[in-house]
Design a protein around this ligand. Sequence first.
Ligand code: NAD
Length: 452
Amino acid sequence: MTAPAPQVEDLNPHHIARKQFDLAAPFVGNLDDWDGISEWIFTPERTVTVYIPVVMDNGDVRVFRGFRVLHNDTRGPGKGGIRFHPQTDEDEVKALATWMSWKCAVVDIPFGGAKGGVECDPRALSVEEKRKITRRFIASLGDNIGPHTDIPAPDVYTDAQTMAWIYDTYSMMHPGQNNLAVVTGKPLDIGGIPGRSDATARGALMVTEHFLQIGGLPGQRDLQGTTVAIQGFGNAGRFAATLFRDSGATIVAVSDSRGGVYDPDGLDLAAVCAHKDETGSVVGAPNTQALEPKEVLEVPCHILIPAALENQITAENADRINCRLVVEAANGPVTPAADRILAERDIKVLPDILANAGGVVVSYFEWVQNLDNAQWEEHEVHEKLRRKMYRATEHVMTQRVNLAESFEYYQNRWSDLYPGSEPLVTPDMRIAAYTLAIERVRRAAEQRGVWP
Ligand code: NAD
């Protein structure tokens, strides 16, 4: 007899988003009329695909594919970044848009979820080529984006410069009005807000600190004496390294797409940053041990921060993760199968829809600032961000405790309604965050009703 073939994990991000929703849904409110409503609030409202012709620097014309998905605007206009990446596709963008709906609901800001992506390799493009792709993408999307409908922001391989081009393109197409609120993450000179560039990392720091303060990790009340490893050294990962270091942690490993560097006694971050700026990678920074790209996930540390892409911690490597706490600065870095393995190993996970929400919270502040034609101070931004992140962390932790206490009730209710269905999974921080978010979106949907 041959051994059964090992099950291949489904890594399609949209299927993962569905799985996460389905794991949380049994814990949400009244289930009697749930089937239709759950389809309604899980299904994206709009998916736009555009084909973008661009004259490249060598005179050739190339066509790039771009997507913008509006997942749900029940609680407010769509909000979500635009990424430039060779592997982006419709299902990835749909998943990212869905996660944005839950994220905005968890931190309770008046936005729905959206996301965009252009299939291209920005590392192989000149600045001029990126500018043309951005402008043509935004022109092609037309009024699918707008200050009160769907508001883009930066994501992987896009930055404040990209946002400036987005603003300019939209403004050229809508002259004579204040268009600043059409996009967030802009440079300070054109309506950007102080504190947006490090907001994702700062939010992750605040969530982590508060989680420790209120007893999320027994025996560890703050970051003093902790060691941290970070995958990804862009906007989220690089700022996280500095901010966690400045709050008392020792950063032992960091990585980017080319590989990683490790020093169990603590990296000299200034030297690593200087090396990254000079060579384009952290690899080879002085006095460090080299790591293969994914090895950074397995170094011994207290806190692991995936800050690169989806599907980094899967069923394949979850049993080799060597930390007490995973803080998801990236979107979707831990798969549902890995969640279960980490839970069995008592490794806690602060889920993306909470841990990396600092970026969209400060984007919300920028949007408010732009609509008011106001200018906020950085200390106001930090203080308001802290309040949002602390409150959301407390809500998610309380929700987890409440769900765990009533677990038997939920389990019985579910098996009565759906006899023979899989047993429910014990609620972790992700399920707690999802139930909060889904409940909030559902409540808004029911209060508004189905139009007409
Ligand atoms: P970025 O483009 O600034 O940085 C991405 C980093 O990941 C780079 O250092 C790159 O080298 C690295 N990387 C790419 N592929 C890798 C791989 N296979 N292995 C290791 N490293 C790899 O992007 P970012 O804005 O920092 O986004 C990172 C993650 O954070 C994404 O999941 C994004 O959706 C999420 N996020 C970003 C924001 C934001 O405001 N920028 C907000 C919330 C969530």
